[in-house]
Design a protein around this ligand. Sequence first.
Ligand SMILES: Nc1ncnc2c1ncn2[C@@H]1O[C@H](COP(=O)(O)OP(=O)(O)OP(=O)(O)O)[C@@H](O)[C@H]1O
Ligand SMILES: C[C@@](O)(CCO)CC(=O)[O-]
Ligand SMILES: [Mg+2]
Length: 383
Amino acid sequence: MEVKARAPGKIILAGEHAVVHGSTAVAAAIDLYTYVTLRRPLQSAAENNDRLITLQLKDLSLEFSWSVARLKEVIPSVSSTSSLSTPASCSGETLKSISVLVEEQNIPEEKIWLSSGISTFLWLYTSIRGFNPATVIITTELPYGSGLGSSAAFCVALTAALIASSSSDKTRGEGWTCLDETNLELLNKWAFEGEKIIHGKPSGIDNTVSAYGNMIKFCSGEITRLQSNMPLRMLITNTKVGRNTKALVSGVSERTVRHPDAMNSVFNAVDSISKELASIIQSKDEISVTEKEESIKELMEINQGLLQSMGVSHSSIDTVIRTTLKHKLTSKLTGAGGGGCVLTLLPTLVSGTLVDKVVEELESSGFQCFTASIGGNGAEICF
Ligand SMILES: Nc1ncnc2c1ncn2[C@@H]1O[C@H](COP(=O)(O)OP(=O)(O)OP(=O)(O)O)[C@@H](O)[C@H]1O
Ligand SMILES: C[C@@](O)(CCO)CC(=O)[O-]
Ligand SMILES: [Mg+2]
C-alpha cells in the first residue's frame, strides 16, 4: 500500500519575526515542493519480527531505521496517549527520549542539522500512525534551512501522507487532490506541533501557508486569504549562507526582553507594513500597476530596515541588496534571515535583459538565483 503527499514552500512578503510577536504578516506558497511517499509492507511482512519504521532522505542518500520493538521500549506512551484526531505537543521529556533514538542513528557530523527534522518525523509518525511499520521516502525541491519554509513543507507533507494512509476513504488514480476542510485543519495543527520541535516558538504562518496554499495575511493564528489584483514577480536569491530559524527567532525574543518598548514599536511598524501591503495587492482601485509597485518597493525597503534593527540581516543579504539596487531594484530578506534567501521585486516594466544582467552579477558573487510562481496550491495527496 502506497500513498504520496506533497506540500509547497513559501515566501514571506512582509512581517517575518514580528509575526511571532503578534504582528500581521503576508506570505505566499511557491511552486517548489517537498514530496513524501509512505509505503506500508504487506500484512505477512508486517508480522515478521524485524518490523521497522524507516525514513529515507533520498536527496541526501541517507536512511534511518528503527525497530518497532526499540521504539516501544524508548517512547512507549506516545502512541497510546495521542491519535490523529487529537493534535498534541511533544513534551520536553518525550523529546529527550526521541533524541536518544535519533542519536543512535549516527547522523554524519556535517548533516547534524537534520536531527530536529528526524526527531519531528518520529514524533509525528508515532503520534499519528502508532508503531505500524512503514518506509517513508522524502524528496524536496526546497533548499534546506534557507528561508523558503523547508521545515514547514516537511511537516505538512509528512502529516498529509500520514493522514492519507490512515484514511479509509481512498479515491485511487485521480492524481493530486486537496484534503477536505476537516483534514486540512487537522493537518495544519499537527504540522504546527512538528514546527514547534524545529523552530522552538513558531508563529504558525509557514505551516499554514504550506497547508492552505495561496497568498495569505496571517495574524496570531488568524488567516485571511488574499486575492491578488496585480502581477507579482519576485526573483529569489539564495545566499547559501546556512542559518537556523530557531536560533534567529530566539535572538529576536532576547532583544525584545532587553528593549521591550523599542522592539514593540518595531513590531507595530511591521504590522502596518503588512496590512498596507495586503491592501495594495488586493486593491481594485484605478491606481496603475507601476504606482502599486512603487509602494510595494518602499514597503519592502522599510521592512528590511526593521529586520536589520531586529538583528536578523547578514552581510550576504546586504550584498544582494546593494547589487540589485545598482539596477534600481529593491530587495528584502525572506523567512528567518541571517543568510538564506532574499526577494527582489521584478516590476512589470523591467526587461528580461536587465533581469539576466542582475542574475549574472548575483551568481558571480556565488549566490543562486531562481524565480518561482507565487500563490499556488497547498498540501495535496495522491493514492
Ligand atoms: N526534507 C527534509 N527532511 C528532513 N528534515 C528537514 C527537511 N526539510 C527541513 N528539515 C528540517 O528543518 C530544518 C530547517 O528548518 P529551518 O526552519 O531552520 O529553515 P527553513 O524552514 O528552510 O527556513 P524558514 O523557517 O526561515 O522558512 C533542517 O535543519 C531539518 O532539521
Ligand atoms: C522567522 C519567522 O517569522 C518566519 C520563518 O519563515 C518564524 C515564524 O513565524 O515562525
Ligand atoms: Mg522553517
